[in-house]
Ligand binder design. Structure first.
Ligand code: DNO
Length: 362
C-alpha cells in the first residue's frame, strides 16, 4: 500500500502540500481539478500544472478523486455519448501524465450525505454525523433551502450551490431511474471507457454510496457485497475496480467488511480507511457519527480491515478519511489536517505490525 492524503488543491484547501509532506510515511496525494464541472473534458495543461505543483512539493499524484460522472450518463440521456467521449478524453490526458487510478461514484444527485457537519463530542472535538429523523424532516417541496440550512453554509463536494439551485430539476431527471436502470447505465459507461483504461492502464475505482441506502427516495446501488460483486462480473476487467471505503460500506450493518475485502481481492484499487460510531441502528432512528480511526473509539475492527487488505496483497493508495476537527483547527468538515494525520499514523502502525508478524511466521 501507499499512504496518501486527500488534497483539495491550493485554491480550496486549508491544508498545504508542505504540511502533508511532513506527515510521516506520506508520499502521495489524491486530488482533482476542483474547478471543472462533471461532463467537461479536462485540459492537459491544467493536469500538468497540478502535477507540477504536487511534485515541486516533493509528493506525487497517486490518483484522482474524483473525475465526476455527469447526470446525463447516470440517467442514460440521449446525449450521454457526448459526455462519455469527454470522459474518455480526460482519461487519456491523465494516462499520458502517468496517472493510473481514478475514483468516481454513481450516486444520483447527491454525493455523501450527512445531517450535521460539526456534532460536538464529549472531548470537545466535532465530527460529521447522520441522523435519519433529520433526513426525514427535510421538506421535499423546498429541498434546496432545507439542505442549505442543514449543511450550515458549508459546501460539500456534490452539494455545490449551483447544483442545489436546480435540485428539483435533477430529481425530475431521475424520476424514472430505478436501481436496474442505474446499474445498466453504469455498465454502459464502464464498457465504453474500458478500452482507454486498458490502453493507459487506468484503474477505475467506484466509490460506494454513502450512506449505503436510498436517500430522499433516490435509488442507490453500490451498497453491498452482492451489488459490487455483480458489477465486477458485469464488466470483468481488472480496470473496473473498487474504492473500498470502510465508512461507506460500513453504514450497511449487513456488510462484513473484512469478508468483502477478501471477496474483492485484486479489484480494490484504492482504500478509504475510517471508523464509525453507531448511536442507534433501528431503521427509523438510525444515527451514526464519525469516530477517530482507532478501533476502540467506534464500531469497526480496524485491525481486521487492515489485515484483510494486507492479506489480499492490496498495493494501491490508501488514505485516512473524515477526520474530526481537533486542536481548534478550522478546515473543511471531515478534511482537516490533524485528525487525518493521526489516522494515517494509526493505519501505518497497524500495517507495520501485521507485516512484521506475517514475515516472522514465514
Ligand atoms: C467523501 C468522499 C466522497 C468521494 C466521492 C467519490 O468524503 O469519500 O465525496 O470522494 O464520492 O466520487
Amino acid at each position: 500500500m501507499e499512504m496518501t492524503f486527500r488534497w483539495y488543491g491550493s485554491k480550496f484547501d486549508t491544508v498545504t502540500l508542505k504540511q502533508i509532506r511532513q506527515i510521516p510515511g506520506m508520499t502521495g496525494v489524491i486530488t482533482t481539478l476542483y474547478d471543472t464541472t462533471p461532463g467537461e473534458e479536462w485540459q492537459p495543461e491544467a493536469i500538468r500544472a497540478l502535477k507540477k505543483e504536487v511534485e515541486d512539493a516533493g509528493l506525487h499524484i497517486s490518483g484522482i478523486e474524483s473525475v465526476n460522472v455527469c447526470d446525463s450518463i447516470k440517467v442514460g440521456d440521449s446525449d450521454r455519448d457526448k459526455y462519455i467521449e469527454n470522459y474518455i478524453k480526460t482519461l487519456e490526458h491523465l494516462g499520458k501524465e502517468d496517472i493510473h487510478m481514478v475514483c468516481y461514484n454513481f450516486m444520483p444527485v447527491f454525493d455523501w450525505t450527512r445531517t450535521e457537519l460539526a456534532r460536538v463530542k464529549p472531548d470537545g472535538s466535532t465530527a460529521l454525523a447522520y441522523n435519519q429523523k433529520a433526513i426525514d424532516a427535510i421538506d421535499p417541496e423546498n429541498l434546496a433551502a432545507s439542505i442549505k440550512k442543514m449543511s450550515g453554509g458549508t459546501v460539500l463536494p456534490g452539494w455545490e450551490p449551483e447544483r442545489m439551485a436546480k435540485v428539483q430539476e435533477l430529481f425530475e431527471m431521475y424520476k424514472d431511474v430505478d436501481g436496474e436502470k442505474l446499474f445498466e447505465n453504469l455498465v454502459y459507461f464502464l464498457k465504453a471507457i474500458m478500452p482507454v483504461c486498458n490502453k493507459y492502464d487506468i484503474k477505475m475505482a467506484i466509490h460506494p454510496d454513502d450512506p449505503a441506502w436510498s436517500v430522499f427516495g433516490l435509488t442507490r446501488i453500490i451498497t453491498s457485497e452482492e451489488n459490487i460483486v455483480r458489477l465486477m462480473k458485469a464488466v470483468d476487467d481488472v480496470h473496473n475496480g473498487v474504492t473500498f471505503c470502510s465508512g461507506s460500506y460500513g453504514t450497511n450493518l449487513e456488510n462484513d467488511l473484512p469478508h468483502m475485502i477478501r471477496t474483492l481481492k485484486g479489484r480494490i484499487h484504492f482504500a478509504h480507511v475510517r471508523n464509525l460510531k453507531f448511536n442507534d441502528t433501528s431503521k427509523e432512528n438510525y444515527d451514526f457519527e464519525e469516530a477517530t480511526h482507532l478501533s476502540s473509539d467506534g464500531n469497526f475492527d480496524m485491525y481486521e480491515i487492515v489485515r484483510a487488505l494486507y492479506e489480499t496483497g492490496f498495493d494501491g493508495p490508501i488514505r485516512p478519511d473524515h477526520g474530526r476537527m481537533i486542536w481548534d483547527e478550522k478546515a473543511m468538515p471531515g478534511y482537516g489536517l490533524y485528525d487525518r494525520a493521526l489516522g494515517s499514523m494509526y493505519i501505518q502502525g497497524l500495517w507495520e505490525a501485521i507485516e512484521k508478524n506475517d514475515k516472522r511466521k514465514n
